[in-house]
Design a protein around this ligand. Structure first.
Ligand code: PHE
Length: 332
């Protein structure tokens, strides 16, 4: 009887090891392990044996059942692992598709431009500061001498964020709010540039984007004059564009600077390129940041860099700059 039990166990073990699929395994589990299994049948017949024989046959039966259970469990673990591998293989993403071997990507045209501009200003002694793209009304407008209902708020068509009181939270329309943040947190002297992404509610066309980039400059120190502003713009122009370039200022208006100007760059061929705005920091802005205009004065300037990048690289339509087409991006 014990021989027969051992033979049944060996046979069951072989079959368990050979289960090809989870379905096969489940059927085998019921057949070999369940109440109606052959070994189970032996167990029910133990009562017919005399006590000595019952003990040895019982022990053999337990050993056999244990062996079959272990074989089934081992096979189940193998089948589960195989299923997991198959699923992983099926869900695998081929991320090499756009990247031919040995050809790494590079920074985006706008990022390259931003980094070059930062390098030039760092070379002139400026530090780089950053601020949030989602701003509150205070930093984007009010502290910049643009109180509620000021008509100049219309110069910058604003995306509002549905948060807090209506109109409280905006996508920053310029990098000037970073000026406020720097003046609120750092004691002068301040020599900083603030690059970043800005948002205007505008229909994109060849020369405008709704999401674009600016770089801002802020200087606050004792005895800063308009001559320092003009000299800084000109030094920057030559450092970034080249010795053959020069700059000029034209009167303009910004609520946060007084007096204000636009600045243009003259190319070696004599043609002019409008670049950005600038001016002496309005005393109201200094006061809004807790600085005494009798002690401190400063200048600020700001300009968009997407157009600059586009011009430098001969991209006729600014909307292309936002393209994710690898054939466009790979050119720069
Ligand atoms: N923030 C202004 C704009 O976006 C540019 C500017 C910056 C003008 C600093 C003056 C001083 O139009």
């Amino acid at each position: 009887m014990i021989d027969e039990i051992d033979r049944i166990a060996a046979d069951a073990t072989t079959r368990a090891e050979a289960a090809a699929t989870l379905e096969d395994w489940r059927a085998l589990d019921v057949e070999l392990n369940g109440k109606k299994s052959t070994l189970g049948g032996f167990k029910r017949r133990l009562g017919e044996l005399d006590p000595d024989e019952r003990r040895t046959v019982g022990a053999a039966l337990n050993r056999a059942q244990e062996q079959v259970r272990a074989a089934l469990a081992a096979r189940r673990a193998e089948l589960d692992a195989a299923a997991r591998h198959a699923q992983l293989a099926a869900e695998r993403l081929d991320l090499t598709e756009l990247r031919p071997p040995h050809q790494a990507g590079h920074l985006h045209l706008v990022t390259q431009t931003m980094e070059r501009l930062e390098d030039v200003f760092v070379g002139m002694g400026f530090t780089v500061a950053e601020g949030p793209e989602v701003e509150d009304d205070w930093h984007n407008f009010t502290a910049l001498n643009l109180p509620a209902h000021h008509p100049a708020r219309d110069m910058q068509d604003t995306f509002f964020v549905e948060l807090g009181e209506l109109g409280d939270v905006v996508m920053r329309t310029h990098t000037s709010p970073v000026q406020i943040r720097v003046m609120e947190t750092e004691p002068p002297p301040i020599y900083s540039v603030m690059p970043g992404r800005v948002y205007r509610q505008e229909t994109a066309d060849a020369t405008h984007l709704a999401v674009f980039h600016q770089i801002e400059g802020l200087v606050v120190d004792r005895g800063i004059t308009f001559a320092h502003l003009a000299g800084t713009i000109d030094t920057f122009t030559k450092a970034y564009f080249g010795e053959g370039f020069s700059s000029r200022l034209r009167p303009s208006y910004f609520p946060f600077t007084e007096p204000s100007a636009e600045f243009d760059i003259q190319r070696p061929d004599g043609s002019w390129l409008e670049l950005g705005g600038c001016g002496m920091v309005n005393p109201n802005v200094l006061r809004n940041c807790g600085l005494d205009p009798e002690e401190w004065s400063g200048f600020a300037f700001g300009f968009g860099l997407d157009r600059l990048a586009g011009m430098r690289h001969g991209v006729p339509d600014l909307r292309e700059i936002m393209s994710v087409d690898i054939r466009f991006l790979a050119q720069f």
